[in-house]
Design a protein around this ligand. Structure first.
Ligand code: PLP
Length: 415
């Protein structure tokens, strides 16, 4: 009888089967910690290298443990396919390199994770890629920025740390009409909180370091092709489309860009992140519930000048959040205090919540973004990006809520 992989999110996370059953019947896919794989004869070896036979040859390109992880992510996202790489930044870099080239442009926003902004401005612009910035809430500006040399539109579902929620379906409609794919960073949501395929997103990239890995076990990134974009329309993928049709992007990544960049996911990290997938929904539910409760609690606290969380009616993009995020508003909130010194005093007074730079960890973490992640930007640029000196970012974990409230409450006495 055929194996039943279930229909619910967590059931699929647990029961999606590997392509090849383990030789020993291991209940969990083992870690294939090997660089290379052996072939029975030269014909089979040639067929594997030419892509005529599905087989692993070298772990920089594919590996059984990583493949099992990719298949489960694909099942959870109800997508066409997934390529797992070494980090979230490697995922973003690989997609941009696969879809764009010198002399072309990409359309994005300043409301982005700091290193993603830096990738465009500092790393890729010197290679001749033009990066155009728009306000993603101003749809007419997005339409005006796209021209015949635009290769992709890039944004985050819930931007980090501005916590701006974009109207994703409206943006994909604008881009698709002009033949341009939308690449969405879904780190803050994962396919559990937001179904990017249903919103017309061509490619979702995720830093698996965050919610998926769970407790900061490992760095990793995912590139998910949702299978909703017709790659025959994309100038950069013509050759790959002729070879692979709808698989054009996945082939370009696996057999060219991701392979040649060399930022492959280690099989051990694939194993850790697969473990994370199995409890993803449970942990996200708890982190979202804690975050909403903390946001509501401290919204009423006069020591806090402002609480920003998409789940609060006071958030400028609360409407877009309610329409699109049916299971929760994510695990990040920010608070604003009088000045940088007040932020430092409150952060230094925390005794349970950790001072660390990750997000969507099982543990609650605090950071002052302006003096850390955004330190390479000028004070003026930071205000433009929406990262003022007065802001503390809290990434809320899965602890017991009362302990988090107590720690923040005593720390705020130092505000
Ligand atoms: N995208 C977002 C929204 C992030 O918050 C991060 C990391 O903080 C990244 C991408 C980069 O991910 P990684 O650290 O796995 O390279």
């Amino acid at each position: 009888m055929a194996a039943n992989e279930g229909t619910g999110f967590t059931t699929r996370a647990l029961h999606t089967r590997p392509r090849v059953t383990d030789a020993h019947g291991a209940l969990r896919m083992p870690v294939y910690d090997t660089a290379a794989f052996e072939f029975a004869n030269s014909d089979e070896m040639q067929a594997a290298f030419e892509g005529r036979r599905v087989a692993h040859a070298y772990s920089r390109t594919s590996n059984p443990t990583t493949e099992d992880y990719e298949l489960r992510v694909t099942a959870l996202a109800e997508a066409l396919g997934t390529v797992a790489v070494a980090s979230g930044m490697a995922a973003i870099t690989a997609v941009v390199m696969a879809l764009a080239e010198a002399g072309a442009n990409i359309v994005t926003t300043k409301a982005l994770f700091g290193n993603s902004l830096s990738l465009g401005d500092v790393t890729l612009e010197p290679w001749g890629l033009e990066v155009r910035y728009v306000d993603m809430t101003r749809h007419e500006d997005i339409a005006a920025a796209i021209d015949e040399r635009t290769r992709l539109v890039y944004l985050e579902v819930i931007s980090n740390p501005q916590l701006q929620v974009a109207d994703v379906a409206a943006i994909t409609a604008i881009a698709s009409e002009r033949g341009v794919p939308v690449v969405l960073d879904g780190t803050a949501t994962t396919p559990y909180l937001f179904n990017s395929a249903a919103a017309g997103v061509a490619v979702e990239v995720i830093s698996a370091t965050k919610y998926i890995s769970g407790d900061a076990t490992s760095i990793g990134g995912l590139i998910i092709d949702n299978g909703v974009f017709d790659w025959s329309r994309h100038p950069r993928l013509q050759t790959w489309f002729a070879k692979g049709g709808p698989y054009a992007l996945l082939m370009a990544l696996r057999r060219n860009v991701a392979r040649n960049m060399g930022a492959c996911l280690s099989p051990h990290n694939a194993y850790l992140q697969t473990l994370g997938l199995e409890t993803l929904a449970l942990r996200i539910d708890r982190s979202c519930a804690n975050t909403l409760a903390l946001a509501q609690h401290f919204d009423a606290d006069p020591r806090v000048h402002r609480v920003n969380y998409p789940g609060l009616p006071s958030s400028p993009t609360h409407g877009a959040a309610v329409r699109q995020l049916k299971r929760g508003f994510g695990g990040i909130l920010t608070i604003e205090l009088a000045d940088r010194a007040a932020c430092f005093r409150v952060m230094d007074a925390l005794t349970l919540i950790r001072r660390a730079t990750n997000v969507n960890d099982n543990k609650t973490l605090a950071i002052h973004p302006a003096s850390t992640i955004y330190a390479e930007f000028t004070a003026e640029q930071r205000v433009g990006i929406g990262v003022p000196d007065t802001m503390i970012r809290l990434s809320v974990g899965i602890e017991d809520l009362a302990d988090l409230v107590a720690d923040l409450d005593q720390a705020l006495a130092h505000a």
